[in-house]
Design a protein around this ligand. Structure first.
Ligand SMILES: NC(=O)c1ccc[n+]([C@@H]2O[C@H](COP(=O)([O-])OP(=O)(O)OC[C@H]3O[C@@H](n4cnc5c(N)ncnc54)[C@H](O)[C@@H]3O)[C@@H](O)[C@H]2O)c1
Length: 240
């Protein structure tokens, strides 16, 4: 399938996990070039450039996006995937852990989008997919900071779905809200809790990264040409 033929794609946090799987999938499906914006660097791939940048740093993000446009001339797809957790009950969340999660998940998504959208507006088209979470939809004990960012991402996405199309541009914004996925983010959770999460899920398992990447790729592709401002829950039917 060549549904990303000639497309220039930016995926934040594509050194590993879901972001990496999205980059691999879109390259397989014909993307001309995929750029990762990540503090980490993963294995190299053909047509894949990794820009080492902290998305919470607005100036660095702006600089990197300019470099990408100098090289590639346009940007077709943006996947705001990079995200972090610093869990704790409300009484135990330090200011540092509150700021860390907000600065990356919420402000980072804003920073990258703010830097990319002017270039999408130049061509009048583009697709943005933002990563939220089941936790942003339904809440979760011990994840006040994370839930706030993921609910915030959903609110920003509804806003962008209206704002980036208001002059007739074809710039769609959608959200994928995964349940629990088998990546490093979840591998740090104690096994006892993982077993409980699997048990609570109608499908009795975690998601694999490719199951999330397939949903992201659909929303980013022209097959979803009239899907805008949608939150696609990919959670096996789980409600927490
Ligand atoms: N794994 C899950 O169960 C799950 C569930 C729901 C939502 N999500 C969301 O999916 C997205 C991807 O999660 P994952 O499971 O692949 O996580 P992961 O921890 O495996 O990968 C996250 C990537 O983001 C990068 N990153 C971290 N801080 C960054 C920063 N400041 N600037 C740039 N890059 C940074 C990391 O280096 C890493 O490559 C996240 O937004 C996460 O919140 C994950």
């Amino acid at each position: 399938m060549k549904r990303f033929e000639d497309k220039i794609v930016i995926v934040t946090g594509a050194a590993r996990g879901i972001g990496r799987t999205v980059a691999e999938l879109m390259l397989e499906q014909g993307a001309k070039h995929v750029y990762s914006l990540d503090v980490a660097v993963g294995d190299g791939m053909k047509n894949f450039t990794q820009k080492k940048v902290d998305i919470s740093n607005r100036d660095s993000v702006e600089q990197v996006i300019k470099e990408i446009v100098d090289e590639s001339k346009h940007i077709d797809v943006l996947v705001n995937n990079a995200g972090v957790t610093r869990d704790g009950l409300v009484e135990k969340i330090s200011e540092e852990n509150w700021d860390f999660v907000i600065d990356i998940n919420l402000k980072g998504t804003f920073n990258v989008t703010q830097a990319v959208v002017p270039f999408m507006k130049e061509t009048g088209k583009g697709a943005i997919v933002n990563l939220a979470s089941i936790v942003g939809e339904y809440g979760n004990i011990g994840q006040t900071n994370y839930a706030a960012t993921k609910a915030g991402v959903i609110g920003m996405s509804y806003t962008w779905a209206k704002e980036f199309t208001r002059k007739g541009e074809n710039i769609r914004t959608n959200v994928v809200a995964p349940g629990y996925v088998n990546t490093e983010m979840v591998q740090s959770v104690p096994e006892k809790i993982i077993d409980r999460l699997k048990e609570q899920n109608p499908m009795k398992r975690l998601a694999e990264p490719i199951e999330i990447a397939n949903a992201i790729a659909f929303l980013a592709s022209d097959e979803a040409s009239f899907v805008n401002g949608h939150v696609l829950s990919v959670n096996g039917g789980m409600r927490i």
